[in-house]
Design a protein around this ligand. Structure first.
Ligand code: NDP
Length: 245
């Protein structure tokens, strides 16, 4: 067990924004725990991408509380501590409320919001003991503004924002800082499914006139999670090209 290097656990770190966040921490010399859930994950390819870093890969569904507890235990067994938790795993199941199925509402809340609770609840005892920790939760600008066709997703992300502010208040005395990043539209598998017309429409709402890169989100996450941040907690930082001001 190596306890000198800092340790970051990233949920949904196999693809998209989560993978870029993991890469950023890897470059900065952290040991990493990468969580994913899909059977289709090409683990060998992923291991190759992180070959310079000590990485623990854990296949776990964040909706399951006990599985999250086990993942945290595995991380502690391997690295002895967790300095940074990034709750990034998330899904969409879009549709207008009129047509939204109950199961699609429940599933999105369960992954995005309950998953964030499951992981945070299991990690904080270790952070409290070490009297140091950084939690960064990936919300979304639509959790602030709402978005037609995303009642489930917007509710889950607004929930994450309220949850994060509460964690920040409860744990500030233990030097645990909790913040949200609210990305706008970022180029990943999640947004790849949008039609060209929708993408054009989105561009017109963004002052910087382009979709964001996953790296641009990762840089902001790293700042809030690093030792550079000692006095920011309970905040929501939009990384959205100026879309929401
Ligand atoms: P992707 O769809 O590219 O990646 C989603 C990640 O979440 C994957 O690693 C996936 O794992 C993981 N995941 C999904 N469900 C579970 C689960 N039940 N348990 C564990 N892991 C799970 O999404 P993005 O990278 O685009 O999004 C990352 C985060 O950023 C999400 O929270 C999303 O809501 C948020 N966001 C994204 C925006 C965007 O424009 N892309 C905008 C605003 C917010 P696996 O590979 O195994 O399926």
């Amino acid at each position: 067990m190596e306890e000198t290097k800092k340790v970051a656990l990233i949920t949904g770190g196999s693809r998209g924004i989560g993978k870029e966040i993991a890469k950023k921490f890897a470059i900065k010399g952290y040991n990493i725990v990468i969580n994913y859930v899909s059977e289709n994950t090409d683990l060998n390819k992923l291991k190759e991408e992180f070959k310079e870093t000590e990485v623990l890969f854990v296949k776990t569904d964040v909706t399951n509380y006990e599985s999250c507890e086990n993942m945290v235990k595995k991380a502690i067994e391997k690295f002895g501590k967790i300095d940074v938790l990034v709750n990034n795993a998330g899904i969409t199941k879009d549709g207008l409320l009129m047509r939204m199925k109950e199961e699609d509402f429940d599933k999105v809340i369960k992954v995005n919001l309950k998953g964030t609770f499951n992981m945070t609840k299991n990690v904080i005892p270790y952070m409290m003991k070490q009297r140091n920790g950084r939690i960064v939760n990936i919300a979304s600008v639509v959790g602030v503004t709402g978005n037609a066709g995303q009642a489930n997703y917007a509710a889950s992300k607004a929930g994450i924002i309220g949850f994060t502010k509460t964690v920040a208040r409860e744990l500030a005395s233990r030097n645990i800082l909790a913040n949200c990043i609210a990305p706008g539209f970022i180029k990943t598998d999640m947004t790849e499914i949008l039609s060209d017309t929708v993408k054009q429409n989105i561009h017109s709402q963004i002052p910087l006139n382009k979709m964001g890169e996953a790296k641009e989100v990762a840089n902001a996450v790293y700042f809030l999670a690093s030792e550079e941040n000692t006095y920011i907690t309970g905040q929501v930082l939009n990384v959205d090209g100026g879309m929401v001001m």
